[in-house]
Design a protein. Structure first.
Lengths: 375, 84
């Protein structure tokens, strides 16, 4: 199989990742719940994981690194920490349902879209400049669009938010592990990311980096201040009720070490080169439209094929051993902004483990399938 | 043996405290806080040798990590709070 769906989950992991998770399953217990060796071993691992993340993502204090179930979990915490019923929020035009649905669920929230044309960084920034006003409670923006790989001008947006005193939440789902993610440099209130994409950890892991005060989403035991009924007012305990996913954290730590060792920039360049190679080939196929940016596009490629439903293409590729993602990618807003809400797209996304020959093989199969499309 | 127990608000904070101390050569062991001195329920502390308390407090203050409470654990197992 040729796996080109790493924007959803990286499937091929560094060997150390499954080994670490499996080892943790039988050697480590619950951190913060006992003083015995398996408990303290788990505590040590959790601390190492927080430290590794802190080093990678510009956090000076490992206590501000919170283990979550996924990026969606982290985004929910962040949004519920900053947005009250009736509040006002600015989001980009490329947000995922992980942002829009939690906002929709808060009664009376006014959502303003700072939507700019696809791959137009200046246009997106100008839209934020217009929409981010003093009455805004929070700005939520993804670093990279999961549909088109559009790298949004987050550094500039962060600067704007700082200047206007508006808290910023960054969804780094598609950038953690490949681009510079810098909580403190950005001055962001929160940065959420999954563990199972560019950090090569297991599914069911994610991180929330906290630059500001947070409200718990879950309430329960934390192994601290247990005589009290209110949640601890300190991190990470405030946001980590219940038993931790230690096996996941062990794999995530191994994944982050891989990223650190390999270098995020190197991984980004590799994926970007594969995406460009794919786009070079697909652009020559009659009927195929490729959504192509420049340096502001990460290592993924989205396309449509005239006369062929994107889901049918996804299915046909799957039958030929090529795994891609088709449809709206849980991001209808991004499709609406780019004008692809009626067709959806086929998305091909890459990881550190993909090779050029896989790109060439997949492109050849797409060419063959496109030839069968109704013109 | 006589030890000092630096009471920490959380396990992660205790780990960070021990790490800061270890960086300057002060051995610190993270352990559960004894129930007798842990008034708010479960917690963790960092145990350090008796003769290193002054150095430890200096380092922690410099790092803006002044301890919540410090207890002396006497040879007979009794605990007494010391002014930090």
């Amino acid at each position: 199989m040729i796996y080109l769906d790493s924007a959803a989950t990286t499937l091929e992991k560094p060997g150390a990742v499954p080994r670490a998770s499996a080892w943790a399953m039988t050697h480590l217990a619950s951190p913060g719940r006992g003083g015995h060796a398996p408990g303290m071993g788990a505590a040590k691992l959790m601390y190492q994981m927080r430290e590794q993340a802190a080093r990678l993502f510009g956090v000076s204090d490992p206590e501000r690194v919170v283990l979550t179930c996924n990026a969606t979990h982290g985004l929910n915490i962040a949004i519920h920490s900053l947005v009250r019923p009736g509040g006002t929020v600015v989001i980009s035009g490329y947000e995922h349902n992980a942002v829009t649905r939690p906002l929709y669920a808060i009664p009376g929230v006014k959502v303003k879209e700072a939507a700019g044309p696809l791959f137009d960084s200046d246009g997106v920034y100008a839209a934020f400049e217009r929409e981010v006003t003093a009455d805004v409670d929070a700005v939520v923006c993804n670093h990279v669009s999961n549909v088109f790989g559009f790298i949004q001008p987050v550094e500039r947006i962060a600067q704007l938010c700082r200047a206007r005193g508006v808290p910023l939440i960054v969804d780094a789902s598609q950038s953690a592990g490949t681009l510079s993610v810098d909580l403190e440099g950005w001055g962001a209130s929160f940065v959420a990311m999954p563990g199972h994409k560019g950090l090569y950890g297991p599914q069911g892991t994610g991180l929330l980096l906290c630059g500001g005060d947070a409200r718990p989403l879950l309430y329960g035991g934390t192994g601290s201040l247990s005589a009290r009924q209110d949640m601890p007012d300190f991190l990470p305990d405030r946001l980590e009720a219940g038993t931790h996913n230690v096996c996941g954290a062990a794999g995530l730590l191994a994944g982050m070490k891989f990223v650190s060792r390999t270098g995020a920039v190197r991984i980004h360049r590799h994926e970007q080169a594969l995406a460009r190679r794919m786009m070079d080939r697909l652009e020559r196929v009659p009927g195929v439209s490729v959504f192509r940016g420049g340096e502001n596009q990460s290592g993924l490629c989205s396309m449509t094929i005239g006369g062929m439903d994107c889901e049918e293409m996804g299915e046909a590729l799957a039958r030929r051993g090529i795994a891609v993602r088709a449809g709206l990618h849980c991001a209808p807003l991004a499709h609406q902004t780019a004008g692809t809400q009626d067709t959806g797209t086929v998305r091909l996304s890459f990881s550190a483990f993909n090779r050029q020959d896989q790109v060439d093989r997949a492109a050849a199969v797409i060419r063959e399938l496109a030839g069968t499309a109704k013109q | 043996m006589v030890y000092y127990l630096i009471i920490c608000r959380s396990l992660t904070y205790a780990q960070r405290t021990a790490q800061v101390l270890e960086r300057v050569g002060i051995p610190g062991w993270v352990q559960r806080s004894p129930k007798l001195i842990s008034k708010e329920g479960c917690g963790y502390c960092v145990r350090i040798p008796e003769r290193r308390l002054t150095d430890a407090l200096t380092v922690l203050r410099r790092e803006n990590m002044a301890p919540k409470q410090v207890f002396l654990q006497a040879a007979d197992g009794e605990y007494s709070e010391v002014k930090s």
